[in-house]
Write a protein that binds this ligand. Structure first.
Ligand SMILES: Nc1ncnc2c1ncn2[C@@H]1O[C@H](COP(=O)(O)OP(=O)(O)OP(=O)(O)O)[C@@H](O)[C@H]1O
Ligand SMILES: [Mg+2]
Length: 246
Protein backbone atom coordinates (compact mmCIF):
# COMPACT_ATOMS: atom_id res chain seq x y z
CA UNK A 1 0.00 0.00 0.00
CA UNK A 2 1.10 3.57 -0.63
CA UNK A 3 1.55 6.50 1.68
CA UNK A 4 -1.54 8.36 2.86
CA UNK A 5 0.56 11.23 4.20
CA UNK A 6 4.00 12.71 3.65
CA UNK A 7 5.72 15.65 5.32
CA UNK A 8 8.76 16.79 3.35
CA UNK A 9 11.19 19.20 5.02
CA UNK A 10 8.42 21.19 6.72
CA UNK A 11 9.17 24.39 8.65
CA UNK A 12 6.16 25.85 10.51
CA UNK A 13 5.27 27.77 13.64
CA UNK A 14 3.21 30.54 15.17
CA UNK A 15 3.88 34.04 13.84
CA UNK A 16 7.63 34.45 13.88
CA UNK A 17 8.23 31.60 16.30
CA UNK A 18 9.36 28.57 14.32
CA UNK A 19 8.44 25.27 16.01
CA UNK A 20 8.78 22.62 13.26
CA UNK A 21 12.26 22.41 11.77
CA UNK A 22 12.78 20.49 8.54
CA UNK A 23 10.27 17.83 9.64
CA UNK A 24 10.00 14.82 7.31
CA UNK A 25 8.06 11.57 7.75
CA UNK A 26 5.53 9.37 5.92
CA UNK A 27 2.51 7.40 7.04
CA UNK A 28 1.43 4.28 5.13
CA UNK A 29 -2.21 3.73 4.30
CA UNK A 30 -3.94 1.60 6.94
CA UNK A 31 -1.27 1.80 9.62
CA UNK A 32 -1.19 3.16 13.15
CA UNK A 33 1.69 5.66 13.26
CA UNK A 34 2.83 6.61 16.76
CA UNK A 35 4.41 9.94 17.70
CA UNK A 36 6.29 10.54 20.93
CA UNK A 37 8.62 13.27 22.15
CA UNK A 38 9.11 15.53 25.16
CA UNK A 39 6.56 18.20 26.12
CA UNK A 40 6.71 21.19 23.81
CA UNK A 41 8.70 19.43 21.04
CA UNK A 42 6.00 20.22 18.47
CA UNK A 43 3.75 17.13 18.26
CA UNK A 44 0.45 19.03 18.45
CA UNK A 45 1.95 21.73 16.21
CA UNK A 46 2.57 18.99 13.60
CA UNK A 47 -1.18 18.21 13.78
CA UNK A 48 -1.95 21.93 13.42
CA UNK A 49 0.13 22.05 10.24
CA UNK A 50 -1.50 18.86 9.02
CA UNK A 51 -5.05 20.15 9.41
CA UNK A 52 -4.17 23.59 8.04
CA UNK A 53 -4.45 25.74 11.17
CA UNK A 54 -0.91 26.89 10.46
CA UNK A 55 0.71 27.05 7.02
CA UNK A 56 4.32 25.90 6.56
CA UNK A 57 6.90 28.52 5.60
CA UNK A 58 8.91 25.78 3.85
CA UNK A 59 8.36 22.22 2.65
CA UNK A 60 5.43 20.19 1.42
CA UNK A 61 2.56 18.16 2.90
CA UNK A 62 1.01 15.52 0.63
CA UNK A 63 -2.24 13.82 1.66
CA UNK A 64 -3.73 10.96 -0.34
CA UNK A 65 -1.67 11.93 -3.39
CA UNK A 66 -2.58 15.63 -3.30
CA UNK A 67 -0.45 18.60 -2.27
CA UNK A 68 -2.37 20.09 0.69
CA UNK A 69 0.39 22.35 2.03
CA UNK A 70 -1.73 25.47 1.62
CA UNK A 71 -5.24 24.01 1.53
CA UNK A 72 -7.72 25.55 4.02
CA UNK A 73 -8.78 23.53 7.11
CA UNK A 74 -12.42 23.03 6.03
CA UNK A 75 -11.31 21.69 2.65
CA UNK A 76 -8.81 19.33 4.28
CA UNK A 77 -11.54 18.05 6.57
CA UNK A 78 -13.68 17.31 3.50
CA UNK A 79 -10.70 15.56 1.89
CA UNK A 80 -10.55 13.18 4.85
CA UNK A 81 -8.34 14.48 7.65
CA UNK A 82 -10.09 14.15 11.02
CA UNK A 83 -8.57 15.30 14.29
CA UNK A 84 -9.18 14.99 18.00
CA UNK A 85 -8.11 17.72 20.42
CA UNK A 86 -5.67 17.13 23.26
CA UNK A 87 -8.22 18.66 25.65
CA UNK A 88 -11.70 17.32 24.78
CA UNK A 89 -14.14 20.17 24.19
CA UNK A 90 -17.63 18.86 23.48
CA UNK A 91 -20.75 21.01 23.58
CA UNK A 92 -21.56 20.08 27.17
CA UNK A 93 -25.29 20.80 27.10
CA UNK A 94 -25.91 18.88 23.91
CA UNK A 95 -26.41 15.12 23.85
CA UNK A 96 -23.65 12.75 22.80
CA UNK A 97 -25.53 12.10 19.55
CA UNK A 98 -26.02 15.82 18.78
CA UNK A 99 -22.31 16.45 19.31
CA UNK A 100 -21.39 13.87 16.67
CA UNK A 101 -24.20 15.05 14.38
CA UNK A 102 -22.77 18.60 14.41
CA UNK A 103 -19.39 17.19 13.32
CA UNK A 104 -21.03 15.14 10.56
CA UNK A 105 -23.15 18.01 9.23
CA UNK A 106 -20.82 21.00 9.70
CA UNK A 107 -17.45 19.24 9.53
CA UNK A 108 -18.11 16.85 6.67
CA UNK A 109 -20.91 18.78 4.94
CA UNK A 110 -23.50 15.97 5.09
CA UNK A 111 -27.21 16.66 4.92
CA UNK A 112 -28.91 16.18 8.29
CA UNK A 113 -30.39 12.88 7.08
CA UNK A 114 -27.01 11.50 5.95
CA UNK A 115 -25.35 13.00 9.02
CA UNK A 116 -27.64 11.04 11.34
CA UNK A 117 -26.57 7.74 9.79
CA UNK A 118 -22.88 8.66 9.93
CA UNK A 119 -23.22 9.86 13.54
CA UNK A 120 -24.88 6.62 14.66
CA UNK A 121 -22.15 4.57 12.94
CA UNK A 122 -19.46 6.66 14.66
CA UNK A 123 -21.14 6.10 18.03
CA UNK A 124 -21.21 2.33 17.46
CA UNK A 125 -17.49 2.28 16.55
CA UNK A 126 -16.63 4.12 19.77
CA UNK A 127 -18.98 2.14 22.06
CA UNK A 128 -21.08 5.21 22.83
CA UNK A 129 -24.26 4.09 21.09
CA UNK A 130 -26.02 3.19 24.36
CA UNK A 131 -25.11 6.60 25.82
CA UNK A 132 -26.19 8.66 22.81
CA UNK A 133 -28.96 10.58 24.63
CA UNK A 134 -26.82 11.61 27.63
CA UNK A 135 -25.65 15.27 27.80
CA UNK A 136 -21.94 15.33 26.89
CA UNK A 137 -21.16 17.24 30.09
CA UNK A 138 -22.16 14.22 32.17
CA UNK A 139 -19.70 11.78 30.57
CA UNK A 140 -16.72 10.25 32.40
CA UNK A 141 -13.24 11.16 31.13
CA UNK A 142 -12.97 7.90 29.16
CA UNK A 143 -16.32 8.52 27.48
CA UNK A 144 -15.35 12.13 26.73
CA UNK A 145 -12.29 10.74 24.95
CA UNK A 146 -14.52 8.30 23.08
CA UNK A 147 -16.78 11.21 22.11
CA UNK A 148 -13.78 13.17 20.88
CA UNK A 149 -12.96 10.23 18.58
CA UNK A 150 -16.61 9.81 17.55
CA UNK A 151 -16.75 13.50 16.56
CA UNK A 152 -13.64 13.05 14.42
CA UNK A 153 -15.19 9.92 12.85
CA UNK A 154 -18.34 11.93 12.15
CA UNK A 155 -16.36 13.88 9.54
CA UNK A 156 -15.66 10.52 7.78
CA UNK A 157 -11.89 10.83 7.75
CA UNK A 158 -9.47 8.57 5.91
CA UNK A 159 -6.75 9.68 8.31
CA UNK A 160 -7.62 9.96 11.99
CA UNK A 161 -5.46 12.11 14.28
CA UNK A 162 -5.42 11.15 17.96
CA UNK A 163 -3.80 13.61 20.37
CA UNK A 164 -3.15 12.00 23.77
CA UNK A 165 -6.46 10.17 23.99
CA UNK A 166 -5.03 7.86 26.68
CA UNK A 167 -3.74 10.66 28.94
CA UNK A 168 -5.23 10.65 32.44
CA UNK A 169 -6.91 7.25 32.08
CA UNK A 170 -6.53 4.21 34.38
CA UNK A 171 -4.65 1.15 33.10
CA UNK A 172 -7.91 -0.68 32.38
CA UNK A 173 -9.25 2.32 30.48
CA UNK A 174 -6.02 2.55 28.47
CA UNK A 175 -6.64 -1.08 27.44
CA UNK A 176 -10.12 -0.03 26.23
CA UNK A 177 -8.60 2.76 24.14
CA UNK A 178 -6.03 0.36 22.64
CA UNK A 179 -8.85 -2.05 21.73
CA UNK A 180 -10.80 0.81 20.11
CA UNK A 181 -7.75 1.89 18.07
CA UNK A 182 -7.25 -1.73 16.93
CA UNK A 183 -10.92 -1.84 15.86
CA UNK A 184 -10.56 1.43 13.95
CA UNK A 185 -7.46 0.13 12.19
CA UNK A 186 -9.33 -3.06 11.29
CA UNK A 187 -12.16 -0.89 9.94
CA UNK A 188 -9.65 0.60 7.49
CA UNK A 189 -8.71 3.95 9.03
CA UNK A 190 -5.16 5.23 8.86
CA UNK A 191 -4.23 6.66 12.26
CA UNK A 192 -1.58 8.98 13.69
CA UNK A 193 -1.50 8.66 17.45
CA UNK A 194 0.42 11.10 19.68
CA UNK A 195 0.79 9.66 23.17
CA UNK A 196 2.98 9.78 26.28
CA UNK A 197 1.68 6.43 27.62
CA UNK A 198 4.58 4.19 26.52
CA UNK A 199 2.64 0.90 26.52
CA UNK A 200 0.21 2.19 23.87
CA UNK A 201 3.05 3.24 21.58
CA UNK A 202 4.96 -0.05 21.87
CA UNK A 203 1.92 -2.32 21.55
CA UNK A 204 -0.46 -0.47 19.22
CA UNK A 205 1.67 1.21 16.57
CA UNK A 206 3.20 -0.08 13.34
CA UNK A 207 5.84 2.66 13.14
CA UNK A 208 6.96 5.12 15.76
CA UNK A 209 8.50 8.58 15.37
CA UNK A 210 10.23 10.33 18.24
CA UNK A 211 10.30 14.10 17.73
CA UNK A 212 12.71 16.49 19.41
CA UNK A 213 12.80 20.25 18.91
CA UNK A 214 10.38 20.13 15.98
CA UNK A 215 12.34 17.54 14.02
CA UNK A 216 12.20 13.75 13.55
CA UNK A 217 14.84 12.39 15.93
CA UNK A 218 14.22 8.73 15.11
CA UNK A 219 11.67 6.73 13.06
CA UNK A 220 11.29 2.95 12.95
CA UNK A 221 9.72 -0.13 14.51
CA UNK A 222 8.18 0.87 17.85
CA UNK A 223 10.25 -1.15 20.30
CA UNK A 224 13.73 -0.40 18.90
CA UNK A 225 12.82 3.30 18.73
CA UNK A 226 11.53 3.30 22.31
CA UNK A 227 14.62 1.45 23.59
CA UNK A 228 17.17 3.49 21.59
CA UNK A 229 19.92 5.55 23.17
CA UNK A 230 18.76 8.66 21.25
CA UNK A 231 15.25 8.51 22.66
CA UNK A 232 16.47 7.73 26.15
CA UNK A 233 18.82 10.72 25.96
CA UNK A 234 16.13 13.16 24.85
CA UNK A 235 13.82 12.17 27.72
CA UNK A 236 16.68 12.11 30.19
CA UNK A 237 17.64 15.59 29.03
CA UNK A 238 14.16 16.85 29.83
CA UNK A 239 14.22 15.31 33.30
CA UNK A 240 17.57 16.90 34.07
CA UNK A 241 16.31 20.29 32.96
CA UNK A 242 13.23 19.84 35.16
CA UNK A 243 15.43 19.04 38.14
CA UNK A 244 17.60 22.12 37.52
CA UNK A 245 14.46 24.25 37.45
CA UNK A 246 13.43 23.15 40.93
N1 LIG B 1 -0.90 28.87 19.61
C1 LIG B 1 0.39 28.98 19.92
N2 LIG B 1 1.07 30.16 19.80
C2 LIG B 1 2.37 30.25 20.10
N3 LIG B 1 3.13 29.22 20.54
C3 LIG B 1 2.53 28.03 20.68
C4 LIG B 1 1.15 27.84 20.39
N4 LIG B 1 0.84 26.54 20.62
C5 LIG B 1 1.98 25.96 21.04
N5 LIG B 1 2.99 26.84 21.08
C6 LIG B 1 4.39 26.55 21.45
O1 LIG B 1 4.91 25.64 20.49
C7 LIG B 1 5.80 24.71 21.12
C8 LIG B 1 5.36 23.30 20.75
O2 LIG B 1 4.10 23.07 21.34
P1 LIG B 1 3.23 21.77 21.05
O3 LIG B 1 1.90 22.00 21.67
O4 LIG B 1 3.29 21.47 19.60
O5 LIG B 1 4.05 20.68 21.84
P2 LIG B 1 3.70 19.14 22.12
O6 LIG B 1 4.86 18.36 21.61
O7 LIG B 1 2.36 18.82 21.62
O8 LIG B 1 3.75 19.08 23.72
P3 LIG B 1 2.85 18.25 24.78
O9 LIG B 1 3.48 16.88 24.86
O10 LIG B 1 3.04 18.99 26.06
O11 LIG B 1 1.43 18.25 24.30
C9 LIG B 1 5.76 25.02 22.60
O12 LIG B 1 6.89 25.79 22.91
C10 LIG B 1 4.49 25.83 22.79
O13 LIG B 1 4.63 26.73 23.84
MG1 LIG C 1 0.58 18.29 22.47
Amino acid sequence: MGNILTFENVDAGYGRVQILHDLSFSVEEGEVYGVIGPNGCGKTTMFNALIGLIIPTKGKITFNGQDVTKVKPAARCHMGIGRTYQVPRPFEGMSVFENVLVAAVHGAGHSEHEGRGVALESLKLTDLYEKREIPAGELTLLDRKRLEIARALGTQPKLLLLDEVAAGLTEAEVQDVMKMVADLKAAGYSIIWIEHVIQTMVESTDHLMCMAEGHQLLIGEPRPVMESKEVEAVYLGVEEEDIEDE
